[in-house]
Design a protein around this ligand. Sequence first.
Ligand SMILES: Nc1ncnc2c1ncn2[C@@H]1O[C@H](COP(=O)(O)OP(=O)(O)OP(=O)(O)O)[C@@H](O)[C@H]1O
Length: 286
Amino acid sequence: MSIKFENVSYVYNPGSPLESLGLDDVNFTLREGDFIALIGHTGSGKSTLMQHFNALLKPSNGKISIAGYEITPETGNKGLKELRRKVSLVFQFPEAQLFENTVLRDVEFGPKNFGFSAEEAERVARKWLKQVGLPEDVAEKSPFDLSGGQMRRVAIAGVMAYEPDIICLDEPAAGLDPKGRIEMMRLFKDYQRQGHTVILVTHNMDDVADYADDVLVMEHGKLIAHDAPQAVFMDRDWLKHHHLDEPHPSRFAAKLAASGCKLAGNPLTMTELADAIAQRVKEAAE
Ligand SMILES: Nc1ncnc2c1ncn2[C@@H]1O[C@H](COP(=O)(O)OP(=O)(O)OP(=O)(O)O)[C@@H](O)[C@H]1O
């Protein structure tokens, strides 16, 4: 099944002096099961787009097909709870939403809300606390006694515990140290490998290169590119024109090329860069 946006526009505060266009005739089709990166500058429309994935915002025009649902301007609120179990949004700093007096109860909250029995909610909560890398003894602690990084994991476990088919995350690694960031990103990659779709809003181009199958690039409410990372990061002039960064490995390769050491291809990840350098060394030795 695919995720399809057809001519989707969204107008904030229609008919008022504050009217503004959040999305402008957006069209794309995504494969379910992919890892998608959603990038663009502040104010480009990423959050507005993300909120359309589970009808938190409904389009002013156009149609969205997702997880067996169709969302149009006429879509009512009936049936949206089931859609939101299948398609979950995780906003920035989700740890701010923790509120129960134990970690376990916080993680059980989502599953219970979606109709899991008490036993099943506890089972999936314990399973996902483990999957997000937390030690067993945190379950009975207050979430407020944990570190910021652990609280973030608890909040994300609370969403993964009811296993949405599609999870959309807004900068989930913001503020984490490099080790925490890599662990968090691997968690999402694993979630994808288990058969789910991951949509990641990010400003970190290294994460895009390392994890994404496909990239959506937003600018002023419009989708200006939709392609694989290799294609999106291929045209340096286009990136410059749209004030978009490159992943560090391709920036480093460009610097090497400028100093006379051109590598094969356009390495986007550290592994690709290391391979390209090894290849160059081998050629020089022959
Ligand atoms: N609640 C709102 N009311 C009116 N306009 C809004 C509202 N939220 C966003 N907008 C406008 O819609 C446009 C897209 O904003 P959006 O928040 O979707 O961008 P973004 O790419 O997610 O930005 P950021 O990276 O800062 O989160 C911007 O012009 C913004 O000012």
